[in-house]
Design a protein around this ligand. Structure first.
Ligand code: FCB
Length: 446
């Protein structure tokens, strides 16, 4: 395959997964329950009542999954560490058997020539901490920092870079504002202390990681926001949405300030959550790279009722994935160049830490996924040609897995998983990605 994407030498190719979506072994080796175990057991919470109790059984099958990664020739693997495996109640005594799993994983990755890139929190909060208020409770930020230190002390000799949080926007809004994800709270804007406490957790952990000489990243779900029309009302609604989805989770980290939240009807101190000195704690450690998870733009119209300051509307005339998400590859270029315009010199190098699509199981030979990835990599290469510093691309996902409230219905893998037998079968996109990485190396070196 010609290396049509023309990305720089040293660009890192990877895949991404998350603990609750692949590991299974929910009750093994001392793992404590997480909010996702509780939520997924609630009747009606998840499509078809699916849970992650077994998922892809990666906890036992990780050697096979690492062999699949090695077959791709990856530079890096983004995975998450399950907090309740390491600290079953979120705090206190460390469960050595849980940490030992990540020790084995890291060693085997390194032996396969793959750099581990762990995420410390990908939504599976220990249930005991949720019982104490979860992310609505400021203490959770301090518990997170303790947990980060425990894990970094064990793995930091072999793991150079760390992602603190995955998509604090999605966790805040789906988990605590709307209740469609664990822990299933529906507090609307009163959920926003959860945003601040996660950012505080990020800042506290980032300091501890930097003290240990480790690099720090944060993976945000970012979206270009498109007003539905030229009207002033739609523009104002789009700005309010951009504040909530993008700026609320990026400004404090990169600039040390919160955006004006008045259009959301939220007080400046986020209902008393922001205390003096907090924004410094969030901002001062800095980021070595901002992780960008990109799936689609969001089109926004003025609200039709008094409930919210915006309406989300569909993007017409573009293809949609099996999940119903609009496919707009150029949105990735717009997003990356827009970040540079907004943050200028305050923008650290970027890493795409998620991008991919779900495809119907019956679709062969997996052409929609290949087309999706190719078009997004074209858009990425264009952004790089326009001067954006992007260091790597981790596609979501290596294997089909547990897609949160959608259960096993959305298939995002380069590798198909039969959830009855756990048989892994590489798809056409797997071979395509392998060739793409090989072509890049042939041209640019490693
Ligand atoms: C992202 C999540 C990831 C996965 C993809 C499809 O929002 O971070 O775990 O579910 O969506």
């Amino acid at each position: 395959m010609p290396d049509r994407f023309d990305l720089p030498a040293g660009f890192r190719w990877g895949v991404a997964t998350a603990a609750y979506q692949i590991e299974g072994a929910a009750e093994e080796d001392g793992r404590g329950p997480s909010v996702w175990d509780t939520f997924s057991a609630r009747p009606g919470a998840v499509r078809d009542g699916h849970t992650g109790a077994v998922a892809c059984d990666h906890y036992h099958r990780y050697p096979e999954d690492i062999a699949l990664m090695k077959g791709l020739g990856l530079d890096g693997y983004r995975f998450s560490i399950a907090w309740p495996r390491v600290l079953p109640t979120g705090t206190g005594e460390v469960n050595d058997a849980g940490l030992a799993f990540y020790d084995r994983l890291v060693d085997d990755l390194l032996a396969a020539g793959i750099t581990p890139l762990p995420t410390l929190f990908h939504w599976d909060l220990p249930q005991a901490l949720e019982d104490a208020g979860g992310w609505l409770n400021r203490d959770t930020a301090y518990r997170f920092a303790e947990y980060a230190a425990v894990v970094a002390d064990r793995l930091g000799d072999r793991v150079p870079a760390w992602i603190t949080l995955n998509e604090p926007f999605v966790h805040t809004v789906f988990g605590y504002a709307l209740g469609t994800h664990a822990p299933g709270r529906a507090l609307m804007f009163e959920a926003l202390p959860v945003a601040h406490h996660q950012l505080l957790a990020h800042g506290l952990a980032a300091s501890l990681l930097h003290e240990r000489g480790l690099e720090v990243m944060l993976s945000n779900n970012l979206t270009p926001v498109w007003p539905a029309s030229d009207s002033a009302e739609d523009a104002a609604a789009a700005e309010a949405y951009d504040t909530l989805h993008n700026r609320l989770f990026t400004d404090p980290v990169l600039l040390g300030t919160y955006p004006d939240l008045s259009a959301l009807g939220v007080p400046d101190d986020i209902y008393g959550a922001i205390r003096p000195g907090d924004t410094e704690l969030i901002h001062t450690p800095g980021l070595d790279s901002l992780g960008v998870n990109y799936y689609n733009p969001t089109r926004i119209a003025a609200p039709t009722d008094a409930g919210l300051p915006f309406d989300l509307v569909d993007i017409p005339d573009v293809p949609h994935t099996a999940f119903g998400w609009p496919v707009v590859p150029d949105g990735l270029r717009q997003l990356l160049t827009g970040l540079k315009e907004s943050y200028g010199a305050a923008l650290p190098p970027l890493t795409i830490t998620e991008n991919g699509c779900s495809v119907e199981e019956s679709t062969t030979p997996d052409q929609p996924r290949i087309d999706f990835l190719a078009a997004h990599l074209d858009a990425l290469a264009q952004a790089v040609a326009e001067g954006i510093d992007v260091r790597g691309y981790y596609t979501w996902s290596l294997i089909d897995n547990y897609e949160w409230s959608e259960g096993f219905s959305q298939r995002f893998g380069l590798v198909h998983v039969d959830f009855e037998t756990q048989k892994r079968t590489p798809r056409a996109s797997y071979a395509w990605y392998r060739e793409l990485i090989a072509a890049h190396r042939a041209r640019r070196g490693r």
